[in-house]
Write a protein that binds this ligand. Structure first.
Ligand SMILES: [Zn+2]
Length: 502
């Protein structure tokens, strides 16, 4: 291979590299200068396009699991005879010795210019270039704003780690895990994350900040900060608990406190348009068929076939004792063989309905990957309100988790399981139930308006069996009270009281 062929081989390898983001900028500077001092023919390789590539992107890195810097472009291995091999090694060493200065975002699909045409000489020039596998696609913030925000996030987290001692953090996580604090699951995620950050080196911390879920990087300004401050100041446990409950009440937590000002509305309308979410705000009742179900009743055998109706099923053996079980045990032991389940309708319970987007092609607003959300009424609702008759058994037509747990469990949004009941349908006007705490971070700027809209908007009707019924929620003690289920499997009917999550 001559020099040109060797160089082409280098360019090809450069274009086909793989890397795992997120990408970071480093303190590396003037890489082109170094490069020029190493190539065999300075004049020949002195090119503006390649200079731009090296000086803008040459220092980019990712971070591996041990916290080492990995050069985005110079980890390649070239054949021993290639003249670029020692040059690439030098560039790699320089990058490995640098420090991360921030995350790197770019809306461009390619780093550098791959080719351009020289009219004068009728020649096509190839340059250093590579695809950007982590393109910036946010439509509200620019890449630059995104970088600035992450830098602030990093500083915030670093400051918090300096302020809160390890044992205080551990104490907080323990309290949150024990679930003695009201709605603790909302704060547990960020608290565990912060505790985990204590064990990280600077590069790993950058990685953690770059990939953190929305809201995790503002510990001091959020509930975890309040809790840590209270623990730090040596308040007694009852006071800590009371102060936490006050701030976590659904009425106070992340709810905008005042009606939105005209200016905010205008700004929000612009954003709604920019984001294309106007359609996402139109909601309808979700149908049972549209949920991801853990269980559905077994179709009655004997109901099919010409003589099916003549076959007699043996009389069911009925157990009268009500057995108390946890949801986890019920799911593990009872559900796999359950053919039918009935629920004894209570006059008042944690009845709930699921909602979904009217327009299936509209952007998803929530922190999970489907358009379905749920609501319950504060203090429970009456059977009549959900079109059910108290004191009677009703068929459970399916069991589904809260939509945030359908794909993977987003634990900080809590967990719950819905027993969908035959004919259940909320007849009261619930608004759209687009609660700010469940929205993706890019919508936080307009949450006041979304909530105001949500309160006024009507839910579009849906024909068919609604995804509605009894919602048992891990952290809502009242949802577990007094529930009786009749479960039939293999000719035996037993009574269960599912009385807590696990
Ligand atoms: Zn070039």
């Amino acid at each position: 291979m001559n020099e040109n062929q060797q160089y082409d081989a280098f360019l090809r390898t450069l274009r086909h590299q793989d890397y795992n983001g997120p990408i970071f900028q480093t303190s590396v500077q003037n890489l082109f200068h170094t490069y020029l001092s190493l190539v065999p023919n300075r004049q020949h390789y002195n090119c503006r396009c390649c200079m731009n590539f090296l000086d803008r992107y040459g220092g980019l890195v990712t971070v591996d699991s041990s916290g080492n810097l990995v050069s985005l472009f110079w980890e390649m291995s070239l054949p021993a005879g290639n003249f670029m091999r020692p040059i690439v090694e030098t560039l790699r060493d320089i990058v490995h010795r640098s420090n991360i200065t921030g995350v790197f975002y770019s809306p461009e699909g390619t780093f550098g210019v791959q080719e351009n045409y020289d009219k004068k000489r009728s020649l096509t020039w190839s340059h250093m270039a590579a695809p950007n596998r982590y393109m910036w696609t946010d439509r509200i913030k620019t890449a630059y704003q995104g970088e600035a925000e992450k830098l602030e996030d990093f500083k915030n987290v670093q400051r918090a780690l300096g302020e809160y001692r390890r044992d205080t953090l551990e104490q907080a996580v323990q309290l949150l895990e024990s679930e003695v604090l009201y709605r603790s699951e909302k704060v547990l995620g960020p608290a565990k994350w912060l505790l985990d950050c204590r064990t990280k080196n600077t590069n790993q911390l950058w990685n953690a900040v770059a990939t953190a879920p929305p809201g995790f990087c503002h510990p001091r300004a959020s509930m975890i900060g309040t809790l840590l401050d209270d623990l730090n100041s040596g308040l007694d446990f009852e006071s800590v608990k009371r102060r936490f409950a006050e701030k976590m009440s659904p009425m106070a937590y992340q709810r905008p406190t005042a009606a939105p000002a005209d200016q905010t509305i205008e700004q929000a309308e612009k954003l709604v348009e920019q984001l294309g979410v106007a359609k996402s705000l139109e909601r309808r009742f979700c149908l049972a068929d549209e949920t991801v179900r853990l269980w559905t009743p077994v179709a009655k055998s004997g109901a099919t076939g010409v003589f099916g109706h003549l076959r007699q099923s043996p009389p069911a053996v009925v157990g009268t004792d009500v057995k108390a079980v946890t949801w986890k045990k019920f799911q593990e032991i009872v559900l796999p063989t359950a053919e039918s389940i009935e629920y004894l309708v209570q006059s008042s319970a944690n009845y709930s309905a699921y909602l979904t987007a009217v327009h299936t092609d509209s952007p998803i607003l929530f922190q999970w990957d489907n358009p379905v959300n749920w609501y319950v009424w504060h203090g429970g609702s009456s059977a009549e309100q959900f079109s059910l008759t108290a004191g009677r058994y009703v068929s459970v037509i399916g069991i589904t988790l809260q939509p945030n747990a359908w794909e993977s469990v987003a634990e900080h949004q809590g967990n719950g399981v819905l027993f969908m009941l035959e004919g259940a349908k909320d007849i009261r006007h619930a608004g759209n139930s687009l609660f700010p705490e469940t929205l993706r971070s890019e919508y936080h700027g307009i949450r006041k308006v979304i909530e105001a809209y949500s309160r006024k908007a009507t839910i579009h009707p849906s024909e068919g069996q609604h995804a509605a019924g009894l919602l048992l929620q891990k952290n809502s003690a009242s949802s577990w009270r007094g529930n009786k289920f009749k479960v039939t499997s293999k000719g035996i009917t037993l009574m269960y009281n599912i009385d807590r999550w696990d």
